[in-house]
Design a protein around this ligand. Structure first.
Ligand code: UD1
Length: 419
């Protein structure tokens, strides 16, 4: 296992290129199995989750070839069985359910388990598939779905915590090949859903309204191959922007879509960070002191849950009390006890983290628990005086392409060591 050793206390300075979005790439790869023809997806980030999705598609019988920053997927023939040992390692693998059902009329996919950020049900995915006419049973830990023919239908996809991102993706993919028209209401509006709809449309699907809460999918008989470029990763961009601010540095992010980052940029400006936009690049500059803030995570275009842990670190440097409320994943505060080891003053009260700042942070060994919590610990390590060792960084490699190399280019003293 690898760890990152960070000698902190230096501002990040320079320029960093943001990679393609993991959360767009994974459903895009799953969508490629909706056709027999080859699909090319460019701007694919080199991440363990992406490699993993490649392995799942290969296990279904597709040919998956990575070449530099692109992947070519051809699913001339596929089978509808996704094994427990593969699916349990990555929850996003549930988004093969819709494509398999649409393409084959049946699918048997291991029921994904929970994870450290809380229970992660798939009831809305299944509700969507049922509405399209699939019969679903749970047998031996597998979701077994079967449909003679998928038929378009009105589907309300709102859940307790709002819309579902991968659920919307799953239903959109299944509905693309259904007979008739599907109207998804309370659809997720995330840019990754729009990216998927654009790819599906390039494959011959008829999808309108993606990016709004109502998506209309007019089913077609067949989809064909297409080439597509993944959107830039807004969460990686948010992470580097917050890291630049927290270390009181100045960093220019290139290959970003500022319009996907409004809620994060707005918060950064509110607490005293300067932001300069220039087309597809953004410069983040901070000298401090920072003002405290109240932040509540919400579905897009609200503040993303995937940037909550990182923002919590910045608020430890703000002058006063900040309240960070998590409304998407209730147990997503695993980073808090590790941040306390560095000297942060954070109390959990129900769904909120109450952060009292500013607190000087001091390096310590910490343990990463999930992807975004790991990113938060890295930012904290960059801020802290002295040495921080972030252990179990395989979480980080799931979602951040070459994060240590990118940080070194910005002047950080970061080393990857084998433990
Ligand atoms: C995606 C992202 C993840 C991000 C999350 C929320 C990918 C690969 N992952 O995950 O990084 O944190 O969106 O922005 O894109 N829910 C249900 N029933 C369901 C499905 C979800 O109740 O069937 C609930 C979840 O428990 C959660 C909320 O809905 O409270 C949102 O989850 P969802 O949008 O589905 O997250 P994912 O798509 O799994």
């Amino acid at each position: 296992m690898y760890a990152l050793v960070i000698d902190g206390g230096r501002p990040l300075e320079g320029q960093v290129r943001i990679s393609g979005a993991k959360n767009a790439a994974l459903p895009l790869m799953a969508a490629a199995i909706l056709t027999r023809e080859p699909c090319v997806i460019r701007g694919i980030p080199r991440l363990s989750d992406v490699a993993f999705m490649g392995r799942i598609l290969t296990s279904l019988g597709a040919s998956v070839r990575f070449n530099g920053g692109s992947v070519t997927i051809q699913a001339s023939r596929i089978r509808g069985f996704a094994d427990y040992d593969l699916v349990r390692k990555m929850r996003a693998s549930v988004c093969i359910l819709g494509p398999l059902l649409a393409r084959l009329g049946h699918a048997q996919v291991s029921y994904p388990g929970g994870c450290v950020i809380g229970p992660r049900p798939i009831d809305l995915h299944l509700k969507g598939m049922r509405a399209l006419g699939a019969e679903i049973t749970i047998d031996g830990g597998y979701v077994c779905a079967r449909a003679e023919k998928l038929r378009g239908a009105p589907i309300f996809l709102g859940g307790r915590a709002g819309p579902t991102v991968l659920g919307t993706a799953n239903v959109m993919m299944a509905a693309a090949l259904a007979e008739g028209t599907t109207v998804i209401d309370s659809a997720a509006c995330e840019p990754e859903v729009v990216d998927l709809a654009n790819f599906l449309n390039a494959m011959g699907a008829k999808i309108a309204g993606a990016g709004s809460p109502t998506i209309t999918v007019t089913g077609v008989k067949e989809l064909h191959g297409a080439t597509h470029e993944v959107i830039p990763d807004r969460i990686e961009a948010a992470t580097f922007a917050i890291a630049a601010a927290a270390t009181k540095g100045e960093v220019t992010l290139t290959h970003v879509r500022p319009e996907h980052l409004r809620s994060v940029l707005d918060k950064l400006m509110e607490v005293g960070v300067e932001i300069f936009e220039n087309g597809e690049s953004l410069t983040v500059r901070a000298a401090g002191p920072f003002r405290p803030s109240d932040i509540t995570t919400q579905p897009y275009a609200g503040f993303p849950t995937d940037a909550q842990a990182q923002m919590t670190v910045l608020m430890t440097q703000a002058d006063g009390v900040s309240i960070i409320t998590e409304r998407i994943f209730e147990s997503r505060f695993m980073h808090v006890s590790e941040l306390a080891r560095l000297g942060a003053n954070i109390a959990i009260e129900g769904p909120s983290a109450v952060v009292k700042g500013p607190t000087p942070l001091r390096g310590a060994p910490v343990m990463a628990s999930d992807l975004r919590a790991s990113a938060a610990l890295v930012i904290a390590g960059l801020v802290a005086q002295g040495r921080t060792r972030v252990r179990r960084i395989y979480h980080l490699d799931r979602g951040y392409e070459m994060i240590d190399a990118k940080l070194r280019k910005l002047g950080a003293r970061v080393r990857r060591i084998s433990e």
